[in-house]
Every structure is written in structure tokens, then in C-alpha cells.
Design a protein around this ligand. Sequence first.
Ligand code: KMH
Ligand code: ZN
Length: 271
Amino acid sequence: MSVIITVAPTGPIAVKADNPSLPTTPEEIAEQVHQSYLLGASVAHLHFRDENERPTADLSMAQRTMDLIAEKCPILIQVSTGVGLSVPFEEREKLIELRPRMATLNPCSMSFGDGEFLNPPIGVRRLAARMRELDVKPELEIYDTGHLDACLRLYEEGLLADPLQFSIVLGVRGGAAATPDNLLTLVRRLPPGAVWQIIAIGKANRELTAIGLALGGNARAGLEDSLYIRRGELSDGNAPLVARTAALAESLELSVASPELAESLLSLPKR
Ligand code: KMH
Ligand code: ZN
């Protein structure tokens, strides 16, 4: 069996003051994505930052980062349409026009730490429809049980194509906690044929990634989800987190998928 490892090098919240090795410029992100590819990552989940490290949906920043990555390696690009809490939905959704192979689709609004993550129903439907038109495969980010039901409604409305691809995101303050029980509850309720991975934010990252792999899920690794390699020790960039995840998979006798294999396992629309 093969497993897809996604690297998430930079998220919407942490800054270099939290971990000095966090990549924030297009060059830094491309370099760490390349290192991650060499260690087994076949998908790169991308957020972009402006010169002040703030999340941005700036199209030229995004395109430049994607181009730099493509010059270095054939990793599959997944753009975050979550972007960051301060960026309006109408700006975030424009990233899709760059036609990355994949992008995230966050189905519901929610509290997110001390902030608000706004995903209005009409905007989510518009974004899902546009992704379908452009052959950009959505990764459905579900942070709680009701988010799965919201995705199933989109599917019934014809806005999503098989196979559905989910990230089960646990540990966000405002979503379900990062516990094995919550993971199992959601995995049991996924529709037949769904592809999925666990995204465990913070302290439970390693344990829940291991459980997810053992349950047949894919895995995500990177500073977006955990700034630490172990308790009290910051990770020196993304590479150690990806290497650790590849080692976890190998210890379960799962082979790590190449981008080419990942493309077929995820049934990405052909380009
Ligand atoms: N960092 C995730 C928990 C997305 O990328 O679409 C939230 C997020 C969603 O950033
Ligand atoms: Zn993200």
C-alpha cells in the first residue's frame, strides 16, 4: 500500500518569531518544499505571506512561488483558499484562477482560536462550482462533524466530483479536539471511496498522524500544523517533520507515493 505525504510548510498564523525556520518568502517556501519532496512529500499545501509576514492572496506572489517550486521539482501543488483569517473570502477565492492541481475548500464558517474563519454558504458554493469548471480538485477541510454533512450536501447538489478528498482537521480551537475518538467518529462517517488524511494541529500531531496512517489515511506534515519536532524543541524547518512522517509510514510498511502515483491515487483531473 502507498501513502501520500503532503507538506504544509507555512500556515496562516505562525510567524518567524514563533519559529525562525518558518519559510515565508517565495524563495524560502520553494526551497523547503524541494527538501520535503526529496524526503517523500508528493503534495505541497501552500499559504503565501506578504513582506510583513501577513497572509496574502496576492496572485503574483502565489504564481511566483508556484513557478519557483515547479523549477525545482514535480511536486503537486495544492493552494490554500483558507489563506488567513484577515483576508476576505472574495480575495481568497480568486487564487483558484491560477489553476493549481488542487485547492482547499473550507465548507463552513467557524470560530478559529480567538478569531473568525468566514466561509459563507453562497461563497462556498460559488467556489466549489468554479473549482469544478477549472478542474481544480478540492480538498475538503472538515473541522467538526457538521462540516462533513455540509460537504455531503454540496456533493448531492452536484458541486463535487468523486472521489471526495477530505482533510480531517482536529485541534483548532473552535473545531473538534485532537483526540483518537474524534478521528474515528469522522473516519467512520466518510462516504465509500473517499480519500482522506488527518491534520492534527499542535501537541497531538505525531500520535494522530500515526493513528491516521494505521487506519489507511494519508498524512500531512509541516510547520503549518506543528512548530515543534518534539515537546519543547522547535523543528528546524519542514524537513525533519516530513522525514519523521515518512519514517512512520515506512515502519508500517507503507510505501511513500511519488507525485505521479499520488496524481492517480487522488484521481486528479488530467491536464
Ligand atoms: N491551518 C488550517 C487549520 C486551509 O488551508 O484551507 C486552516 C487552514 C485552512 O489554513
Ligand atoms: Zn492551510
